[in-house]
Ligand binder design. Sequence first.
Ligand code: FAD
Length: 470
Amino acid sequence: MLDVVVVGAGPNGLTAAVELARRGFSVALFEARDTVGGGARTEELTLPGFRHDPCSAAHPLGINSPAFRALPLERYGLEWLHSELAMAHPFPDGSAAVLSRSVAETAASFGPRDAGAYRRLVEPFLPKWDVLARDFMSLPLTALPRDPVTLARFGLVGLPPSTWLTRRFRDEKAKTLFAGLVAHVMAPLGGLATGAVGLVFALAGHARGWPVARGGSQAISDALAAYLKDLGGALHTDYEVKRLDDLPPARAYVFDTSPTALARIAGLGRFYERYRYGAGVYKIDYALDGPVPWTAEEARRATTVQVGADSAEIGAALRAASREGRPPEKPFMITVQPGVVDPTRAPAGKHVFWAYAHVPNGWTGDLTDTMERQLERFAPGFRDRVLARAVAGPAELAARNANYVGGDIGTGAASGLQLLLRPRLSLHPYSTPHPAVFICSSATPPGPGVHGMSGHNAAKAVWRKLRQQP
Ligand SMILES: Cc1cc2nc3c(=O)[nH]c(=O)nc-3n(C[C@H](O)[C@H](O)[C@H](O)COP(=O)(O)OP(=O)(O)OC[C@H]3O[C@@H](n4cnc5c(N)ncnc54)[C@H](O)[C@@H]3O)c2cc1C
């Protein structure tokens, strides 16, 4: 009998499998798709030679992940590539705010009235970032906090809504960039603990940058999978698990799936029925004839570029998608242009470009024209560079990956208490009513993103349980 079977080869399933195999447990992993990766994959979606990331592309959480940093992923081919600026947020007048490795450069981009307030916000946390990241990403406390005082201070600043936190800024530049950071987890700006979300992204950017993976996000998954194989783990692709009986006998089963799918597969009845899914995403991958013609030169020096004219516009776009059930008129977009640092993504002189906006869960319309009109405000002439586009609304995203229920790429709304306490109000989020069944997907803390920390935390719960058994 195997020690552990893992279902789903996303970053969390792969990390859980690796962590358990490293500790000497026998592990087999089963993945529905024909390749590993889940939300960290790379494919030629448009034209030959154009290598797109259909899901994740930018990795402030990956490079800062305590779990990934403890694994020898570079030995298995992972290389982080950094642009000059970690991230840029251009404005329609051609100016820009930036998130740079340097706090001083970032603060200066907000203008003299907000530079000091920004420094006072981030500087106390930066020297303690590594310990804080580990403590924060292990909530609700799968390990005792190493620095409870800093964690408590961070909680005081971050637990209120981001709109409270940004009251310390007087001008729009800082408010807008910060609103964009919060929008990375699709949380409405006025929600509980959204200040912490923005702060985590800012601190992550200052501490280690906001890189892309050379060759595409698939490199992260391939490195994890290659390490797993070296550790003796078995990997089975093209294997969709529909019932527990589809799997070989094992002492523990770890699911990198949505709670809803897990309840169905493992017969958990209504255990997760109160779990909520959030807004969906509309994703476009472009093949371009050249770089994006941003008006702001800062935006040409960053792999990640946030697109939204001001904090009110960003707030309205998030509200439309998550509360009002309609698509945004002026969408907030996260965009990534890996070609700024990675020449392997497209033929010489050409570029891939990645953009998504938020839409209501399950929305079936076409947002392409609205998104391109919004891009033209910041990069006039963008449309003239388009050679081809691959478009995916909520239905296509859910068809690519069962975890994206209704196009929710966070596998569950990151709002209200569910931002922190997911998939249920429990101190044991990785356990289920079935004593041998565990969940490790981004439906568990610390939530969405390619960081493997949900897998890491779940693996810990599994090995503690297995070591108690004879
Ligand atoms: C468009 C988009 C953009 C994103 N951008 C970023 C970004 O820039 N940076 C970032 O950090 N994150 C980003 N994310 C989020 C990130 O991809 C996810 O949070 C992350 O992949 C979650 O990892 P996971 O292991 O929990 O689940 P997933 O990566 O979703 O993997 C789950 C895996 O389980 C498999 N599976 C599901 N059900 C079954 C079954 N029944 N049997 C067998 N296998 C099954 C799926 O096929 C999949 O491979 C983005 C996601 C999307 C879709």
